[in-house]
Design a binder for this molecule. Structure first.
Ligand SMILES: *Cc1c(COP(=O)(O)O)cnc(C)c1O
Length: 441
């Protein structure tokens, strides 16, 4: 498979290059040249297949030409060492629980897949000199932990996690600052967009790139965002078993994705292009409503990030908008026909968490709350909604406890991180400072 840039000013890349470079030379995002349709028979019997079997079929459609079948299968099966179950919350509203991985958020899937794919490329490329690959990742919270844990201890790769000082939860912070080994946490005096700008500038800096091999693991990387399509196919399969009123190809399913940088929903849209029978999508936002505004007005106007309760969605200029725009031929009409939007204030998020807990007993985290509410308000007659519960509520324990007046249980794998010692490198948001530090490595 070949990959082109959304800016159309960069050379076509193969998968290896797209994964290692992350961002194309013209600052565009890589897009696969073709999207394979999966056959009708696949969907007819999908409910009889396991998550891993389904995911391998999807992975093969994207990566099968570039990765040996056995190796790809192993990458997929190792990545999905945990389940992404669909749970009924109330009539017609289901939660796709994406928090059963090691760091309790959906980003585990993409991060684990990318770490294994990058390792596959490094191994099959032994003759190149200076094999050490440096992964730079900007995080608003959950990316950092997922990537750091996905890559922890992987030979030949060093990970730098850039995060905004004081703007991620203590539990999130300990998940990438306590690991040591090949993981370095960099605490930036700024907001998420500053971290993202440092990473983007690093990739564009010729001197730095001559000094070290850099790659990105943000949701812009094709190896991170495409595997996120896996669990939408699995969700459809599980919904077929859970509900009787879904016919295979005329679906009434609405998928609702709490969105920040729009990588997750973009993967769902790729799934849709492959034939996944989903009727329509909802992108649920917090107060950072750039996409919502785009749907209403046809104008995409990035804005400074607004800090909110759902902090992993605090993005003022969602990178993957470029992919969605490209996928639908820059047509506002096509985009707004398939995707609708929603935007919620912190007060509405709190209210939703309380209402859902009171009425159903289900504990939402602040991100999932946006998704749940968008379905509550947006489902039409005859539709069945599935929202992504993108993180475990215990990841935001202080907030969730405070809002619901409960004591959320901390899963064992999360408690283990909290016992570690924090190590981080302090950094300003000035690129020259960051570059000086990296040049010294
Ligand atoms: C990253 C994240 C999101 C947003 O996902 P995008 O792919 O950036 O749109 C939503 N919820 C949680 C918990 C996250 O960590």
């Amino acid at each position: 498979m070949k990959y082109y840039s959304t800016n159309n000013q960069a050379p076509i890349a193969d998968l290896h290059k797209a994964v290692v470079k992350g961002l194309a030379e013209d600052r565009g995002l890589y897009m696969p040249e073709h999207i394979k349709q999966l056959p009708k028979e696949f969907f007819d019997t999908i409910e009889t297949k396991s998550f891993q079997e389904i995911a391998y079929t999807v992975a093969d459609a994207f990566f099968g030409e570039d990765v040996e079948a056995e190796a790809l299968k192993k990458i997929v099966y190792d990545t999905l060492a945990f389940d992404c179950p669909v749970v009924k919350v109330e009539d017609n509203i289901y939660s796709l629980e994406l928090f059963h991985g090691p760091t309790l958020a959906f980003k585990d899937v993409g991060a684990r897949f990318m770490a294994r794919l990058l390792q596959y490329f490094i191994r099959s490329n032994q003759n190149t000199q200076n094999n050490l690959v440096n992964v730079l990742v900007a995080t608003s919270g959950d990316t950092g932990s997922a990537v750091a844990n996905g890559f922890l201890g992987v030979d030949g790769i060093h990970v730098y996690v850039l995060y905004p000082k004081g703007k991620v939860s203590p539990i999130q912070e300990c998940q990438f600052t306590t690991l040591g080994k090949n993981i370095t946490a960099i605490e930036v005096d700024g907001v998420f967009d500053d971290c993202q700008a440092l990473v983007k500038n690093a990739f564009m800096d010729a001197e730095l790139n001559a000094h070290m091999k850099l790659t990105s693991a943000n949701s812009i990387n094709v190896a991170r965002f495409l595997p996120q399509a896996f669990y939408y196919f699995n969700a459809y399969a599980r919904m077929k078993s859970l509900t009787t009123h879904l016919s295979p190809l005329t679906s009434n399913i609405v998928m609702c994705v709490p969105s920040g940088n729009f990588g997750n929903i973009c993967a769902a849209l790729f799934g849709h292009e492959m034939g996944l029978p989903v009727k329509r999508f909802i992108a649920a936002n917090n107060a950072n409503d750039i996409f919502y505004k785009y749907l209403q007005t046809g104008k995409y106007e990035p804005k400074p990030t607004i800090p909110t309760l759902a902090n992993a969605m605090d993005v003022g200029d969602p990178s993957n908008f470029a992919r969605i725009y490209d996928l639908y031929g820059k047509s506002h009409e096509r985009i707004s026909a398939l995707i609708s939007g929603a935007t919620y204030s912190d007060d509405q998020i709190r209210e939703t968490m309380r209402q859902c807990h009171q009425d159903t007993g289900y504990i939402l985290d602040p991100h999932g709350a946006c998704g749940y509410r968008a379905l509550k308000e947006g489902l039409k007659d005859g539709e069945v909604g599935v929202f992504c519960e993108t993180a475990h509520p215990a990841k935001f324990k202080e907030k969730v406890d405070d809002i619901l007046g409960i004591d959320v249980e901390i899963p064992e794998r999360l408690a283990a991180f909290m016992k570690g010692q924090k190590q981080s490198v302090e950094m300003t948001k000035d690129f020259q400072d960051f570059k000086r530090y990296m040049m010294s490595r």
